[in-house]
Design a protein around this ligand. Sequence first.
Ligand SMILES: [Zn+2]
Length: 205
Amino acid sequence: MADADSGRDPSAFVGRLLEVMEREIVPLTAAGVEAGNKIFGAAILARSDLSVVVAATNDETANPLWHGEINAIKQFFELRSRPAPADCVFLATHEPCSLCLSGITWSGFDNFSYLFSHTDSADRFEIPYDIDILTSVYAVPDPDRSEVMSGRDYYNRTNRYFTSVDLMPAASAHHPDVVARLIATYSRLSDTYQRRKGAGSITLA
Ligand SMILES: [Zn+2]
């Protein structure tokens, strides 16, 4: 977690983020998926008390750039009164794609936390584009090697702009029942999305 969060009780911090996923993001995503959108959501919380400033979900049927994280950032900056980005905790249900990594960076958030990894998105939820775009567009091949990635990470997880936090280890250790519930919930949402996506107007479905 980001430096400013390092003094927190990790169980309570992760528990609160899981609670926000279940109570604030999932209902939005359930409606979004019914409308043909992907399963990815986000919320921005005040770092001081972990209250929700905005929660959002993917709305790609309206615009291919309205990923959950970008939608949350858009709504955040439309608020007349809001905390500074540096005073917020950024929560993404799934590890942000290249667009959202850039959006978070350009917006001044210095952290994000996610439950499901890029690999989960590709394998469990059948959305391969995060890894495919990061490797196809950004991973310049090493001229001395034939392979592109050779075990390297897809992006710099801790850098001068942000620290990324994989919630799954602490979530599984401290809140296994909630994690099991969220896995079941997102599996159902994913099944619905995969059934409905053919009827939508999503560019990379
Ligand atoms: Zn994204």
